[in-house]
Design a protein around this ligand. Structure first.
Ligand code: PEP
Length: 254
């Protein structure tokens, strides 16, 4: 495990009504009350953000959003700005999740604009990258990650990126039950970290947390977290049940 504080983040995607989200947040708050040495974040759907934020007040659990628009305001029907997320109580935002890239036309360019807008609003971006199965089979994993990182972080200087979090999420592992091996995760994370050093500097590479995402479960989290460049997990399915998610947060005790 690394010296960076681990982060266990839950992406609730398009699940849970407001009432269900509040119930889950309340249960999680109770379960993780004694957690230490680990950061925790949950990202409910937009309509539940404010209410869940009220529940999380005074708890160690940070509130995150699943997406945002890059403009501050304007005629962008259906979109939500970074300032609006801050207003709802968010401190983090997931940007460039593979489902956004796959189904909603997000590109490296829009991801870059969103990261910039998030940082301006003092939101911590959780910047998602990852290769598809066919790209991995074609031996393109590292060139895909290289391109996503370079384009996503284009025109930033290291000073801008002190809060950046990266989530390596191989698309073939998301929601499939097919978790990357811890060696595959470590290899990708190491590669991403050395790329950060090449583009920016050693300090930024050393301080940036790189989460692994893709079918993380209570029975595989510890093995992944033992790897030196795995600084946490971004979790979909296993974050929906607070009891299961809390087992990931207490990964050291499993
Ligand atoms: C995700 O959506 O970011 C994710 C990793 O999902 P799951 O844990 O269900 O694979």
């Amino acid at each position: 495990m690394s010296s960076r504080t681990p982060l266990i983040a839950g992406n609730w995607k398009m699940h849970k009504s407001g009432t269900q989200a509040i119930e889950s947040a309340e249960r999680l708050k109770t379960l993780v009350n004694a957690a230490s040495g680990v950061d925790i974040m949950i990202a409910p759907t937009f309509t539940a953000l404010f209410q869940v934020g009220q529940v999380l007040k005074g708890s160690p659990i940070a509130l995150g959003a699943q997406n945002m628009h890059w403009e501050q305001q304007g005629a962008f029907t259906g979109e939500i700005s970074a300032d609006m997320l801050v207003d709802a109580g968010c401190s983090q935002v997931i940007i460039g999740h593979s489902e956004r890239r796959q189904y909603f036309g997000e590109t490296d360019e829009t991801v870059n604009r969103k990261i910039k807008a998030a940082l301006q609003a003092k939101l911590t971006p959780v910047f998602c990258i990852g290769e598809t199965e066919s790209q991995r089979l074609a031996g393109e994993t590292f060139s895909v990650l290289d391109k996503q990182v370079r384009n996503g972080l284009k025109n930033f200087v290291f000073n801008d990126l002190g809060n950046l979090i990266i989530a390596y999420e191989p698309v073939w592992a998301i929601g499939t039950g097919q978790t990357a091996t811890r060696e595959q995760a470590q290899e990708a994370h190491e590669n991403i970290r050395s790329l950060l050093e090449t583009i920016f500097n050693k300090d930024l590479a050393g301080s940036t947390r790189i989460l692994y995402g893709g079918s993380v479960k209570p029975d595989n989290v510890r093995a992944l977290m033992e790897m030196p460049d795995v600084d946490g997990a971004l979790v979909g399915g296993a974050s929906l049940d607070p009891d299961t998610f809390s087992k990931l947060i207490f990964f050291n005790e499993n």
